[in-house]
Design a protein around this ligand. Structure first.
Ligand code: PLP
Length: 370
């Protein structure tokens, strides 16, 4: 670890979450969503840890993310949930990545480029209106035509819910299932049908089908599960002061001199800023904790540093908690007026990720160097 500013990932808590999710899903395959650097948790080591726990299916958004995982371990079963432009499909084939398709044309192109069988999941539009095959009277026969391509294996089919309420989700689910039934009547078997993300997995156990696509919940970032599943946050964020000094009454802090000392004040400079992923709009709201006590972040948050108004109890050797069990991702998200996933997915590679199990460091990912 070459920097005091670091993110800790608690692998014991990850194991706890996986056990809870598996118990709840009773045998349904758990697909781990590792897009966006595993929601900022570091996808390489997260994939390894999950694989050691018996999770073998990983879902990502883009081709590069899929290639990152496949380069780590070719045995990972990696599904790209997003679109891959035609000109990159040869990479999908070379690396044995499973691609989501939502047009016959792209399935045909994959088929024509491939020399070996190639697995796809078909994405169906049921109301979210982002990506997917729209349902018309021809959709079932289009899927049959894809299944009939000699190298294409339709391993799965899925849709994504908009999570407005139970009724709207049920409407989408039923649309999906009606189509699946129609397709099966045409003799096409689709082994892995999946609908649920974290929230719908918790709210609609009757929609689990053959796989759930779990992101947020795995990282302990959900809230819908309270009282239903035992889920623990796995990420915390820490640093140490780089400088401590006393400034005189009337002196100011940071850009625009926006914070003015009302009295002589002890100021700790902290070596993290918005380019580490800490939201810049935490200006005027953010707090850190040192030895259990809260101190306000004062002045405009800079790219690489910020300042906290501390007291004489604070020394250069003290650990500073930016995110912990008392100042959670959820608290930061509320203060920064965004959601938890955005907060964590913005943590940048220059923050080392330190993986902890049984209170021991088991791996450090220094994202910038190999
Ligand atoms: C990101 C994503 C998920 C995971 O969502 P969570 O709420 O984090 O569990 C599932 N499915 C699709 C299609 C996604 O894009």
């Amino acid at each position: 670890m070459l920097r005091d500013t670091h993110i800790k990932i608690n692998i014991d808590h990850l194991e706890n979450n996986i056990t809870s999710i598996r118990d709840y899903c009773k045998g349904t395959r758990v697909g781990a969503v590792l897009k966006s650097n595993a929601y900022g948790h570091g996808s390489k080591y997260m994939a390894k840890a999950l694989y050691d726990m018996g999770i073998t299916t990983f879902l990502v958004a883009t081709l590069l993310e899929a290639m990152e995982l496949k380069n780590e371990n070719d045995d990972y079963n990696v599904i790209i949930m997003g679109h891959t432009p035609d000109k990159y499909l040869n990479q999908v084939i070379d690396k044995k990545i499973t691609q989501t398709v939502f047009t016959y044309d792209q399935a045909k192109l994959l088929n024509d480029l491939a020399e070996q069988p190639v697995k796809v999941h078909v994405k169906i539009e049921t109301g979210f209106n982002r990506l997917g095959m729209q349902i018309t009277e021809d959709t079932a026969s289009t899927i049959k035509k894809i299944a009939d391509l000699d190298k294409i294996i339709i391993e799965g089919a899925f849709t994504h819910l908009s999570l407005e309420n139970r009724a709207s989700d049920l409407k989408q689910f039923n649309k999906f299932m009606d189509l699946m039934n129609e397709v099966e009547k045409m003799g096409v078997k689709i082994p892995i049908k999946h609908v649920c993300d974290s929230i719908s997995m918790v709210l609609h156990p009757d929609f689990h089908l053959d796989m759930v696509r779990v992101g947020a919940l795995l990282y302990g970032l959900e809230s819908e599960e309270k009282g239903v599943l035992d889920i623990k946050p796995i990420l915390s964020f820490h640093t140490k002061p780089s400088h401590i000094k006393t400034i005189k009454k009337g002196e100011t802090i940071s850009y625009g001199n926006r914070w003015i000392a009302g009295e002589d004040s002890i100021i700790a400079t902290l070596p993290f800023g918005y380019s580490d992923g800490y939201p810049r709009n935490m200006y005027g709201k953010g707090q850190v904790q040192i030895k259990g006590k809260f101190y306000p972040i004062i002045g405009v948050i800079c790219m690489d540093q910020c300042m906290a108004h501390v007291d004489k109890d604070v020394t250069l050797d003290d650990e500073v908690d930016i995110i912990n069990e008392n100042m959670t991702v959820s608290d930061i998200a509320a203060m920064a007026e965004t959601n938890k996933n955005e907060v964590v997915s913005r943590f940048t590679p220059r923050v080392p990720r330190v993986y902890i199990k049984n209170k021991q460091i088991i791996y450090v990912e220094n994202g910038l160097i190999k």
